[in-house]
Design a protein around this ligand. Structure first.
Ligand code: ADP
Ligand code: C5P
Length: 243
């Protein structure tokens, strides 16, 4: 009987821990595949929940003066281009109910600019980025992993338009970067992480059925979290039976 009480207490604190932790969704895929669009659609449908979006882009390393002089030789699609330790640190804080300042990355100056974005702890955290499934420590934080799968020609066409219009780049630079870094990195680092996905969305934001199903699943999971907040003992009972 003594042992049962101990098990009960242990499980109760584990259950409490589970209740407090946000539901973390990872969204990966090639550049311009539609990751941000998919995230925005999910957030829109979850308007009645506390949801935050954290972009891996925010954690790009600042370029040194030397790197800045030869920016066309810099590989922004390699896992080492990101400060993954800082991302892990921010996630750790968010998961434990603390607010964090997420750096504000400027694609034009290749640097973090002020002010940083204050992000409050939420019920759902969406982590988005080309290489967000690359580091196993970040993958382990995720309750659900989505890979946005869009054809390479569509991604390139969107990228050309976006980089010219939004980043003020010229077509020669965009195409050069694409063949030198973007395409090889997609094949070597991004595509191999597709196997970690729970869900693969073809056609990105055009795929309304996939988005609806994902939102439904998130709502079910959040409902279970709410149940556990109201009746933490349910988890204890469940776990004790499993033991
Ligand atoms: P990612 O976050 O993967 O880089 P985005 O969602 O930002 O991709 O989309 C990249 C570009 O393509 C943006 O300019 C966006 O407006 C455009 N785009 C995204 N999805 C679609 C779509 N389904 N149809 C047309 N344009 C799209
Ligand atoms: O938003 P998205 O996932 O498309 O952003 C990733 C892309 O941004 C990468 O393919 C990378 O080449 C590009 N990038 C860039 N210039 C920077 C930082 C990233 O072109 N300064």
């Amino acid at each position: 009987e003594m042992r049962n009480t101990e098990v009960g207490q242990l499980t109760a604190s584990a259950a409490e821990e589970m209740c407090r932790q946000p539901f973390v969704i990872g969204v990966a895929g090639g550049a311009a595949s539609g990751k941000t669009t998919v995230c925005d659609m999910i957030i829109q449908q979850l308007h009645d929940q506390r949801v935050v979006l954290v972009n891996q882009d925010s954690f790009y390393h600042d370029l040194t003066e030397e790197e800045l002089t030869r920016v066309h030789e810099y590989n922004f699609d390699h896992p080492d281009a990101f400060d993954t330790e800082q991302l892990l640190c921010a996630m750790e804080k968010l998961r434990h109910g603390q607010a964090v300042d997420i750096p504000n990355y400027d694609f034009k100056s290749y640097k973090n600019v002020f002010p940083a974005r204050r992000v409050n702890p939420s019920d759902v955290i969406i982590l988005e980025g080309i290489l967000i499934f690359h580091d196993p420590r970040i993958r382990e934080l995720m309750n659900m992993k989505i890979f946005v799968d869009t054809d390479a020609d569509v991604r390139l066409a969107r990228r050309i338009r976006r980089d010219i219009v939004e980043k003020g780049r010229d077509i020669a630079t965009v195409l050069d970067q694409y063949s030198k870094f973007v395409k090889p990195a997609f094949d070597d680092f991004i595509l191999p992480t597709k196997k970690y996905a729970d869900i693969i969305i073809p056609r990105g934001g055009d795929n309304h059925v996939a988005i609806d199903l994902i939102v439904q699943h998130i709502r079910t999971k959040l409902g279970q979290h709410d149940m556990c907040k109201i009746y933490p003992n349910l988890y204890v009972i469940q776990s004790t039976f499993q033991i």
